[in-house]
Design a protein around this ligand. Structure first.
Ligand code: CP
Length: 313
């Protein structure tokens, strides 16, 4: 694995290796070990052309916990405003010694283009409406932690599938790992290509909910769409929102997930988002371990026992 651009590029063994490595790194963290020297001397550049809270901070925390040097680049306030291209920006960062580049960009395919231009490892942190592989990996990690397995797990992904890079990355990864995914959305919020995705499709949330082990709610991405896709927030919420009544109809063991950012009161009620069966906060915590695993595996650090690592508490 040289880059992480799409979960569709991962074999089952590679995906399991990332999840297992993340588990091992999470256990090190649970022993109050704050920092590992694993990536000392490596430089990770976070290249963010789109806004982010969770992903950007999580990659920064992951790289720093493994002692990498981190350069944070935000397109806002940079020479991008003077017309500098992605390629020239990337080559500039490479000239400063980047071993790994984490990129978020509004254009689908930007991460794959970047991988053609730079020598270091490229990690896709979200490219347009295409993919968000580390989000799917942290989601799978969270499901496995909570439910104990992924094989045969029935996962409903609900909401704006059309504009969701999280949905596509999850469908591809969960299929590889043996879970059964059903996408639930109004027809206008499904991508044209959905028939070719390895999953089921439904327009009826109330029918799918009681049969699901995991219910992943997605935000309606108003910033990426035209009004004809999404006529009324109230109507959407009535048909596709997860409120207390619907939550009560879920199986007792089922969990609720959301990648964030959430719009409380729209796709998910505050009561459901804050319930003990919601994994929203755990997903954020797990994201750091999963991103540590990805950086470790791509940048070639060596996992050793804590004694050899000279870890810092
Ligand atoms: N889930 C996610 O990608 O959140 P951010 O946009 O805040 O990074």
């Amino acid at each position: 694995m040289r880059h992480l651009l799409s979960t569709g590029d991962l074999t089952r063994d590679e995906a399991v290796l990332i999840l297992d490595t993340a588990r091992e790194l999470a256990q090190v963290g649970e022993r109050s070990v704050k920092k590992l020297p694993t990536l000392r001397g490596r430089t990770v550049v976070n290249l963010f052309y789109e806004d982010s809270t969770r992903t950007r901070i999580s990659f920064e925390a992951a790289a720093k916990r493994m002692s990498a040097d981190v350069i944070n680049f935000s397109a806002r306030g940079s020479s991008v405003s003077k017309g500098e291209s992605l390629k020239d920006t990337a080559l500039t960062l490479q000239a400063m010694g980047a071993d790994g580049v984490v990129i978020r960009h509004s254009a689908s395919g930007a991460a794959r283009r970047l991988a053609e231009w730079v020598d270091g490892a490229v990690v896709n942190a979200g490219d347009g409406t295409h993919e968000h592989p580390t989000q799917a990996l942290l989601d799978a990690f969270t499901m496995r932690e909570r439910m104990g397995h992924l094989e045969g797990l029935r996962v409903a992904i609900v909401g704006d599938i059309r504009h969701s890079r999280v949905a596509r990355s999850n469908v591809l990864l969960l299929h590889t790992l043996g879970a059964e995914v059903t996408l639930v959305a109004p027809p206008t919020l499904l991508p044209v290509s959905v028939g070719a995705w390895p999953c089921q499709v439904s327009y009826d949330l109330d029918e799918v909910l009681p049969k699901s082990d995991v219910v992943m709610m997605l935000r309606v991405q108003a910033e990426r769409m035209n009004a004809s896709f999404f006529p009324s927030a109230r109507e959407y919420s009535r048909r596709y929102g997860l409120d207390a009544d619907r939550f009560a109809r879920m199986a007792d063991h089922a969990i609720v997930m959301h990648p964030g950012p959430m719009v409380r009161g729209m796709e998910i009620s505050a009561e459901v988002a804050d319930s003990a069966r919601s994994t929203v906060v755990e997903q954020v915590t797990n994201g750091v371990s999963v991103r540590m695993a990805v950086l470790y595996l791509l940048l070639g650090g060596a996992i050793q026992g804590p004694a050899q690592q000279g870890e810092t508490r």
